[in-house]
Design a protein around this ligand. Structure first.
Ligand code: AMP
Ligand code: GLY
Length: 438
């Protein structure tokens, strides 16, 4: 099988890594990629949004399966273009990708499908939005309707901050056109979880539950990022909980999308807020999460290429995989200043100690022989043979070990061996009691 992976971050590196282990995969390509991916995949000098050129490439190379990492090409219709040409691709069409590309689309679909979500309203007029928040006494969240690199939601403590968020999104256009419309919703409290299911039409199988760490500093302080770390499994969320989310969230949404004539295909990512027995959906994404994908791929046992191909072809009954019972923890190493401005081109050292190392080279005190560590590249580049930083999130150090404590220890031990100027990480990934947002 010839496989093309679209995207170039740590999520795509993790996907490439697992795909490259499939005995079925003869050749693996990635779009532009990063030096971590070059070891296992051949780079194609195209951007993920060069849709026509990517389809030309897939046609000329007779690619059997294309896997799309990021949301942008999906919302621009990469799947529609590939399928029009008879090419097999993993991901939803442009119509179904609206689930992520428009918050108001997702909210109205949830309402139609009876999926629990925070009370909401959508506005194209800032004055109407202001009147709405002034009439409410409970805290609100103001969200840009469109794609805003994960930064479009402002969680507000009071009316003044909601009014400010409305002005920034709708009048100052902080998120560009994505903020021309806003969704304003009730602020929920509880524990956040990322839920993943593989879907085609109205068939779906759960893939796993992951906890992300969105804020930039320890203890969930500071601004939200794309994600500073993640781990799974997430006790106490078990198969019974998974079953409930499939019944109450995933299946109803898939049925509603199919009814609207835009059936869903690919991985569905539901961002959940769980409070006691109550589950509410904060958002849907139409792709794997980053960094959630990294610990998931670390635990994935099976053939990822045949699994994703079966999803793309609607043969979910043919799929068999399991997740390792061990725990996986990902610690993101970020550039100083991220998620704001940051420098790039800074030399990275110490990576060879992880990449070349056998697990037993690491001085991990727990379960020595059962630890595995991988450094997935997020924003890295090669300059004159030197690995340098090339993004806000630089590396996603991921460890697999017996139990959460051992996996976190292994990830942090490996993270400590890597150095670049201004290296920033959270120190509490997988090490905190379940987060309660209040
Ligand atoms: P979103 O872009 O919708 O995923 O929102 C980004 C982040 O804002 C989420 O991961 C939550 O941490 C927070 N958030 C979004 N919606 C709500 C809500 N209704 N109540 C509380 N927090 C929220
Ligand atoms: N880590 C959250 C996301 O990928 O959207």
């Amino acid at each position: 099988m010839k496989v093309l992976v679209v995207g170039k971050g740590a999520r795509e590196h993790a996907l490439c890594w697992r795909l490259s282990q499939s005995p079925e995969v003869r050749k693996l390509f990635c779009t532009s990629g990063n030096p971590g991916m070059y070891r296992i995949a051949t780079p194609v000098d195209l951007s993920p949004v060069d849709i026509k050129q990517l389809a030309d490439f897939a046609q000329s190379q007779m690619i059997d399966l294309t896997v799309v990492g990021p949301e942008n090409p999906l919302s621009l219709g990469i799947v529609d273009e590939f399928e029009r040409r008879g090419l097999t691709i993993f991901g939803p069409t442009r119509g179904a990708a609206q689930l992520e590309a428009s918050k108001s689309f997702a909210k109205s679909l949830m309402q139609e499908a009876g999926v629990p979500t925070a009370q909401w309203a959508a506005f194209d007029d800032p004055d109407a939005a202001r009147r709405y928040v002034k009439a409410r006494s409970s805290p609100q969240v103001v969200k840009a309707d469109g794609l805003a690199l994960g930064k479009g939601a402002t969680v507000c403590d009071d009316t003044d901050s909601a009014l400010l968020a409305i002005a920034k999104a709708m009048e100052q256009r902080q998120f560009g056109e994505a903020g021309a419309r806003v969704v304003i919703e009730e602020r929920l409290t509880g524990e956040e979880l990322s839920f993943f299911a593989l879907c085609n039409g109205d068939a779906a199988i759960p893939l796993g539950i992951v906890r992300d760490h969105k804020a930039v500093f320890d203890g969930d302080q500071g601004p939200n990022t794309g994600g500073m770390g993640a781990y799974c499994p997430v006790p106490p969320y078990d198969q019974q909980f998974e079953h409930r989310v499939m019944q109450e969230v995933v299946h109803p949404i898939l049925q509603a999308l199919a009814r609207r004539g835009t059936p869903y295909k690919g991985v569905l990512f539901a961002g959940l807020m769980v409070n006691g027995h109550e589950i509410a959906v904060l958002e849907f994404n139409v792709r794997f999460g980053d960094p959630e994908c990294e610990p998931l791929m670390m635990r994935f046992e099976g053939d990822l290429a045949t699994t994703l191909l079966a999803v793309a072809q609607g043969r979910l009954a043919d799929i068999s995989f399991k997740l390792s019972p061990r725990s996986a923890v990902t610690v993101v190493l970020a550039s100083a200043g991220y998620p704001g401005d940051y420098r790039t081109g800074l030399p990275i050292s110490g990576l060879d100690q992880i990449e070349g190392a056998e697990p037993s080279d690491l001085k991990v005190k727990w379960a020595l022989d059962r630890v595995r560590v991988k450094a997935f590249h997020a924003g890295t580049a090669l300059r004159n043979g030197q690995l340098v930083t090339d993004g806000g999130r630089v590396l996603a150090i991921t460890a697999l070990a017996e139990g959460l404590e051992a996996a976190a220890a292994a990830a942090y031990e490996a993270a400590a061996t890597i150095d670049f100027e201004g290296k920033h990480m959270r120190h509490d990934v997988g090490r905190r009691n379940p987060l309660i947002v209040s």
